[in-house]
Design a protein around this ligand. Structure first.
Ligand SMILES: NC(=O)c1ccc[n+]([C@@H]2O[C@H](COP(=O)([O-])OP(=O)(O)OC[C@H]3O[C@@H](n4cnc5c(N)ncnc54)[C@H](OP(=O)(O)O)[C@@H]3O)[C@@H](O)[C@H]2O)c1
Length: 332
């Protein structure tokens, strides 16, 4: 089996994290600091991912054996502006392709990359599995298209490297993990925080009820990602979401009721959070009606990693997050 744990990479192993200042980047800093692993965290000012020469310069300078890409162009609606879409593709597709090209040439290299359920149009009736064909591209948002292009570039780079250097030992050992997730929230702007803020300002809210997905904690995403990258599980795409599912409306009501139960002073009562169809809340970018990702492949991988903990439900994670949010809010 390939030796891929961070410990086995050797003393000189360098880990580079892109996207230091995002929700996931911050969560990675918390988790990796507990592990006492030396890591180089890069933000936009250290490396502009829209600029290929900036990426190549950083990769040449640090020669990382492990790259964790938590950066992305995530302004889903803004990306629909034709002037922005090129930027979305540069950051979400061309930048990860350069990272992959670097990693396939590193002995025991590992690329941990995050992606999204927006690579699917969202018309399927059941949760998406990893082998479902993404797209169709003409039904995806620009953001979804750019993230899909990033996934495809990473996979193509690893495939080509394996074909060209079949006999080269180190190429067989380089690995990639593309972790698709949905409705992420952490230390940064996100849907839950927006709902909690609006709940302190308004006594009525309308929230979309016919888009269904799985809220996912950035902290958990960081932990699962690092554990997978440190394990012997196979390269590939994995859907990383907790158990359960809800609508945007269901999530808003749950977050508001949890905050109220924790003593947060709110203007709204949960019965005044009104369910509306997405068609009544038009936005520039298309969003999948079905954002549900099937997590069976992840659970199998975790069991191979001898993971013995309880697999989380989205409600537990959101409850913990809202409790912490209220604690901080009551302090200030
Ligand atoms: N949030 C979600 O609901 C969600 C859902 C599914 C999948 N995902 C995926 O999960 C991953 C993490 O998302 P997130 O929620 O942590 O996103 P986020 O909070 O928006 O963070 C994205 C990070 O990327 C950085 N970035 C953007 N453009 C850059 C550039 N040109 N050069 C360097 N850095 C740049 C941003 O830098 P600045 O801080 O300087 O702006 C930011 O720190 C992404 O791959 C995303 O596609 C997210």
């Amino acid at each position: 089996m390939p030796f891929s744990s961070f410990e086995l990479l050797g003393r000189d192993c360098t880990i580079v994290v892109f996207g230091r200042d995002g929700q996931l980047g911050r969560a990675l800093q918390v988790f990796l600091s507990d592990l006492k692993v030396p890591v180089i965290y890069l933000g936009r000012s250290d490396c502009d991912l829209s600029n290929p020469s900036s990426i190549v310069e950083v990769l040449n300078r640090y020669q990382p054996q492990v790259i964790i890409n938590a950066a992305a162009y995530t302004a889903v609606d803004k990306a629909e502006n034709p002037k922005e879409s090129e930027l979305a593709f540069a950051i979400n597709a061309r930048a990860p392709a350069l990272m992959a090209r670097h990693i396939v040439n590193m002995p025991h290299g590992i690329l941990l990359h995050y992606s999204t359920e927006y690579v699917f149009a969202g018309n399927k009736k059941t949760p998406y599995i990893e082998t479902d064909v993404p797209g169709p591209v003409n039904q995806l948002s620009v953001y979804g298209q750019s993230k899909l292009a990033g996934e495809q570039d990473i996979e193509a780079t690893f495939r080509q490297a394996q074909n060209s250097f079949k006999d080269a030992f180190h190429n067989q050992l380089s690995k990639y993990f593309i972790l698709r997730t949905s409705w992420a929230y952490g230390d940064g702007d996100n849907f839950i925080k927006i709902m909690l803020r609006l709940a302190t300002e308004r006594d009525q809210l309308k929230v979309v009820a016919d888009q269904v997905g799985v809220p996912t904690s950035a902290q958990w995403l960081a932990e699962v990602g690092v554990q997978m990258a440190s394990s012997r599980v196979e390269s590939g795409i994995y859907h990383v979401v907790p158990d359960g599912e809800t609508s945007r409306h269901g999530l808003a009501v749950f977050a508001i009721e949890t905050a109220a139960a924790c003593g947060e002073r709110l203007e709204i009562k949960s019965e005044n959070v009104h369910a509306i169809p997405a068609i009544d809340y038009p936005l520039p970018a298309k969003r999948p009606y079905n954002s549900r990702l099937n997590n069976d492949k992840l659970k199998k991988a975790l069991s191979e990693m001898a993971f013995t903990g309880q697999y989380p439900h989205w409600r537990e994670q959101v409850e913990q997050y809202v409790k912490e949010y209220v604690k901080q809010s009551l302090k200030s």
